[in-house]
Design a protein around this ligand. Structure first.
Ligand SMILES: [Fe+2]
Length: 329
């Protein structure tokens, strides 16, 4: 059963707030690859309720680790794409919306290794890739924190719903480690806190590569203060050699399931997730490839970009390849 959504976890925009956000989004569209400084004036103009809610979330995302903004204007949309990198919405006002929200939380970033460094990712099914455990699939995508293998993981991610699946059943599943630990024993938590876990690179980072899948680690699956823990975990790619640790990982996945919020996003809903507090996933759905399939857009945001990383970037906001930063962190 899905726990009820607390009022402090969501904000429904008023008509005036919706219009203001749309106006600023149109100005920000096309500027996502500009310096974050270029957008600072627009950020100050965001409706006060939006600024306050998102800045408070960034300051401390609470127990649930996610926030839902409802009533975002989407404008005219083309048919849902069926190929990667369609560029169907390049320069669209929703680029601006996502850039503004990401920059209010921190800084919008992409990864050179993933989707050629794209800053805004289109999430929709692609024919023939239904079983892939990534954006282009339609099978269940179990709980994961984003880019679990990476030393510079996003602090936040955002998912804006443009279209629901035909059957309106696909849910964005969000589960917080702060709620999940109540379903674990102290012994299991202690095991999960030891740096003995390894995470394979996700398929979105290895597309087109051959040979064995690289992995990173060792790392803990749970870390941070006892009463406000953080998580680094992907139920598909995080593993341990030790049998006791493997059992603890399974218990963590089950605990996340027990506290999961199934958020069925509707067009104009934007869910923001604290990537160190809550894991997310997707329930399965059946795509029809008729131009009206489920379509979300995603951003990543980091609270700050390390100086050396910024100076290594060859493109504004794009984190260098794993090969370039291997062993630095
Ligand atoms: Fe994800």
């Amino acid at each position: 059963m899905t726990p009820a959504l607390a009022a402090q976890q969501s904000l429904s925009l008023s008509e005036a707030e919706t219009q203001k956000l749309w106006q600023l989004s149109r100005l920000a569209a096309g500027a996502s690859e500009a310096s974050p400084l270029a957008l600072s004036g627009l950020l100050l103009d965001l409706p006060k309720a939006v600024r306050t809610a998102l800045l408070e979330f960034a300051e401390g995302s609470g127990d649930s680790g996610f926030f839902l903004l409802r009533g975002v204007t989407l404008g005219d949309l083309p048919p849902t794409p069926t190929v990667h990198h369609s560029g169907a919405l390049r320069g669209h006002p929703t680029d601006g919306t996502l850039t503004l929200v990401a920059d209010l939380l921190g800084s919008l970033v992409g990864y050179q290794d993933e989707k050629d460094g794209d800053l805004i990712h289109d999430v929709h099914a692609v024919p023939g890739e239904e079983k892939r455990i990534e954006n282009s699939g339609s099978v269940a995508f179990d709980f994961h924190t984003e880019n679990v293998h990476h030393p510079l993981r996003p602090d936040y991610l955002g998912l804006l719903c443009l279209r629901q699946d035909h059957d309106r059943v696909a849910a964005t599943r969000v589960a917080s480690v702060r709620e999940a630990v109540r379903h674990l024993t102290p012994e299991q938590v202690a095991v999960l806190r030891t740096p003995q876990f390894y995470s394979s690179y996700p398929t979105s980072f290895t597309r087109g590569r051959t040979g064995p899948v690289p992995r990173s680690g060792p790392h803990p699956a749970i870390f941070g203060p006892e009463d406000r823990p953080f998580m680094r975990f992907n139920s598909h790619t995080t593993h341990a050699a030790d049998p006791e640790a493997t059992v603890a990982l399974k218990a963590l996945a089950e605990a996340l399931e027990a506290v999961c919020h199934n958020v069925v996003l509707e067009p104009g809903d934007l869910v923001v997730v604290d990537n160190h507090v809550a894991a997310h996933g997707r329930s399965p759905f059946v795509p029809r490839y008729d131009g009206q399939d489920r379509w979300l857009r995603r951003f990543y945001s980091v609270r700050s970009i390390l100086g050396w990383t910024q100076h290594m970037m060859t493109r504004q906001r794009v984190i260098p390849t794993m090969e370039e930063i291997q062993g630095v962190l």
